[in-house]
Design a protein around this ligand. Structure first.
Ligand code: ASP
Length: 331
C-alpha cells in the first residue's frame, strides 16, 4: 500500500487499517446483467464504507467485520441473511461465524432460520456465551435471550432464490450425474480486517448451497474451515463447503503464513488454486496478513470482492479478468 503521510492514517495510530470483503465465488458471467453488476458493486462499496467507518473511529477489527457483513446480509443479492438460498425442501438455513485474531475468541451459529443477521448472533455467542457454536433451535433461543433480531422465516423467501431452487430440482430430475450441477454455491459473504492497533478479525455468513439437504452444515460456520483469524492472518472462505471442511481451509492458510512464513498470496494460492481444486472442489478466499498484505484468490469465473484502506476509497471487482490492485505489506 502506498505510504500515506497525511490524513486518516495519522489519525489512526501506528497501524494502517485495512478491510477486505467477498460476496461469494460462484459468480457466473452468463447469469449476470449490467444492472446486476452495478448493484453488486454498489453493495460491496457500501459494505466497505460501513466497515471502514468503524476502523476510522478507532473501533476493533471485529467491529469492522461485523458491520461490513451486516450490510451484505441485508442485501437480497447475496446468499447470506435476506438473500439466503433454499434447502431441498424449501427452507432457509443460515450459518455464520466470527473470530477475533487477537484473543482467538470465536463464535458461530448453524442452521438458523429466523435470525435476521446471523453474524450478530455469532458475535453474541462469542461474547456472551461459554461456547463457540450454537445450532438450530438452541441458537434461536439464545438469540431471543440476547435481544438479537428475529424475523418470520418468510423474510428470507426471495423469488430469485426460489426460482434457483426450482431449476436445481429440475436438473436433479433430468440428469443422471446431477450432484455437481444441482448443488451450487453463490454469494456467501465474508470480511477480514486489521484495525489501528494491528488486531485481525475474520467473519463469514451464508445460506449454504442451493438444494442442500435439511440439516446440512458447510464450512462457513466452522472455525478453521470457513473462517479463521490469529495474530498472523485472517481468512474467510467461499466455495464448495465440503472441500473446505476436509482441508480445514482457513486454518491451513493461516498455518502456512504463521509457521511456514508464506505470504498471504502464497498461502492463499496453495490452498485455493492447488489443494481444493486438486480434490475436485472450487471456490475462493480473502486473506489478510498481519503486515497488511491482502490476497483474494479464487478458482472460479468470478468472485465478488473488494477492499478499502487508510484513504477510505473502496476498490471492488467481480470477474477474474477484472483488474484490481491489492495492498501489499504495509509494515
Ligand atoms: N461455503 C458455503 C457452503 O458450503 C457456500 C459458499 O461459499 O457459497 O455452505
Amino acid at each position: 500500500m502506498a505510504t500515506v503521510e497525511k490524513g486518516e492514517l495519522t489519525l489512526l495510530g501506528e497501524q494502517t487499517v485495512v478491510l477486505a470483503i467477498h460476496g461469494g465465488a460462484g459468480v457466473e458471467r452468463a447469469s449476470m446483467t449490467p444492472e446486476s453488476e452495478t448493484k453488486a458493486r454498489a453493495a460491496m462499496e457500501l459494505a466497505l464504507r460501513h466497515g471502514y467507518e468503524q476502523l476510522k473511529q478507532g473501533r476493533s477489527a471485529k467491529d469492522a467485520v461485523t458491520a461490513a457483513i451486516t450490510v451484505l446480509e441485508d442485501d437480497p443479492l447475496f446468499n447470506a441473511g435476506r438473500g439466503a438460498v433454499f434447502t431441498h425442501d424449501g427452507r432457509n438455513e443460515l450459518d455464520a461465524s466470527l473470530m477475533d485474531g487477537a484473543t482467538l475468541a470465536a463464535g458461530a451459529v448453524a442452521g438458523v432460520h429466523k435470525v435476521k443477521n446471523p453474524i450478530l448472533l455469532a458475535r453474541a455467542v462469542m461474547e456472551h456465551s461459554q461456547h463457540v457454536m450454537l445450532a438450530g433451535d438452541g441458537a434461536e433461543q439464545f438469540a431471543a435471550e440476547q435481544g438479537v433480531s428475529l424475523v418470520d422465516p418468510s423474510y428470507f423467501r426471495t423469488e430469485r432464490r426460489w426460482q434457483e431452487l426450482q431449476r436445481a430440482l429440475q436438473e436433479e430430475n433430468h440428469q443422471a450425474q446431477a450432484t455437481r450441477e444441482a448443488i451450487k454455491h453463490f454469494g456467501t459473504v465474508g470480511a477480514v480486517a486489521r484495525d489501528s492497533q494491528g488486531r485481525l478479525a475474520a467473519g463469514t455468513s451464508t445460506g449454504g448451497m442451493t438444494n442442500k439437504r435439511y440439516g446440512r452444515v458447510g464450512d462457513s460456520p466452522v472455525i478453521g474451515a470457513g473462517t479463521y483469524a490469529d495474530v498472523d492472518c485472517a481468512v474467510s472462505g467461499t466455495g464448495w463447503g465440503e472441500y473446505y471442511l476436509r482441508v480445514s481451509a482457513a486454518r491451513e492458510i493461516c498455518l502456512r503464513m504463521g509457521r511456514l512464513g508464506e505470504s498471504a498470496t502464497q498461502a492463499g494460492r496453495a490452498v485455493i488454486e492447488d489443494e481444493i481444486p486438486g480434490m475436485g472442489g472450487d471456490g475462493g478466499a480473502i486473506v489478510l496478513g498481519a503486515n497488511g498484505e491482502v490476497a483474494l484468490p479464487f478458482n472460479t469465473e468470478g468472485m465478488y470482492r473488494g477492499w478499502i484502506g487508510a484513504d477510505g476509497v473502496p476498490h471492488v471487482a467481480i470477474y477474474a479478468t477484472d483488474a484490481l490492485t491489492l495492498p501489499t505489506a504495509s509494515r
